[in-house]
Design a binder for this molecule. Structure first.
Ligand SMILES: C[S@@+](CC[C@H](N)C(=O)[O-])C[C@H]1O[C@@H](n2cnc3c(N)ncnc32)[C@H](O)[C@@H]1O
Length: 272
């Protein structure tokens, strides 16, 4: 798991994001979630997908929700802002959690949104602690999917809904690397949708909703071409999280989607 942690460990991330915001002339005293969106929602279809997941989740303001593998917390904050929920985010990367906490304070959201550095395989919470949970594009880095899902099941209250938005394998192999979640195959553990669904139910969950979103992912990456020469990257972007070869990674994701090597699944699973 160490090499996965190092992959998601940029130096001085918070200050680099602040420098980017200053370069873009954003007023730090009236920053919005949308100002941070290019860098803090690190998943396919970004904030558009997060808003769809919020609709799907049906979490209510009195609830306390867990975000597993929250990254720098863009979706964690959006979930809280749009629903009024308390949200706790956990992530393996101390660097992401440091940036998540400082950005949340900058936005004045720290009363409702908190973070911990922790592994999805060892959640630092009591049984039955959370009313609901979500996990957005983390499973690809988790080899022990049953261990992760059993942990998620353990910390949810009975009846709690877990929303998962996950890249899965597909009919064809191998996957082209690097991709946004992995430099090479040693960090990527993809199951095709049906076996992934089986692991979710083996952990004890009942599947309430199961949507294949691969076609929307294909459309989102349809414009990607093979990068040539020096990459022209935006001031704020996910290259700040996982490196300057992000265009190669996005191009490979496009190829993997089009050649049915990966798929994208959205599901709501409920604790019995
Ligand atoms: C592609 S990013 C998605 C981040 C975030 N959910 C988002 O959508 O912006 C994957 C995240 O999963 C985290 N991660 C990977 N393995 C993990 C584990 N075993 N426990 C907790 N977090 C993990 C990584 O550190 C990274 O932040």
């Amino acid at each position: 798991m160490k090499h996965i942690h190092s992959y998601y460990s940029p130096n001085d991330l918070y200050n680099k994001i602040i420098d980017g915001l200053n370069e873009l002339d954003r007023d730090l005293s009236s920053l919005t979630l949308d100002d941070l969106q290019p860098v803090d929602e690190f998943h396919i279809r970004g904030d558009v997908a997060t808003k769809e997941l919020i609709e799907l989740a049906q979490f209510t303001p009195d609830m306390h929700i867990l975000d597993v593998g929250c990254g720098v917390g863009g979706s964690t904050r959006r979930l809280s802002q749009e629903t009024g929920c308390y949200v706790t985010g956990i992530d393996l990367s101390n660097e992401y959690i440091d940036a998540a906490e400082r950005l949340t304070k900058l936005l004045g959201m720290q009363e409702r949104v908190t973070f911990h550095a922790a592994s999805a395989l060892e959640l630092p919470f009591e049984d039955n602690s959370f009313d609901g949970a979500w996990s957005i594009q983390m499973n690809m880095n988790v080899e022990d999917k049953l261990g992760w899902l059993k942990e998620l099941y353990r910390v949810l209250k009975p009846g709690g809904r877990a929303v998962l938005y996950e890249v899965c394998g597909n009919k064809n192999t191998p996957v082209y690397f690097p991709v946004p979640w992995a430099q090479d195959s040693s960090m990527s553990f993809l199951l095709p949708p049906d076996p992934f669904r089986d692991v979710i139910t083996s952990a004890g969950f009942i599947i309430e909703i199961w949507n294949d979103k691969t076609d929307l992912a294909q459309k989102a990456f349809a414009h990607m071409t093979e990068p040539t020469g020096e990459a022209k990257l935006p001031v704020l972007g996910v290259h700040m999280l996982v490196g300057h070869d992000i265009l190669t990674k996005a191009y490979n994701l496009h190829r993997n989607l089009d050649e049915e090597r990966v798929s994208l699944i959205e599901t709501v699973a409920v604790k019995n």
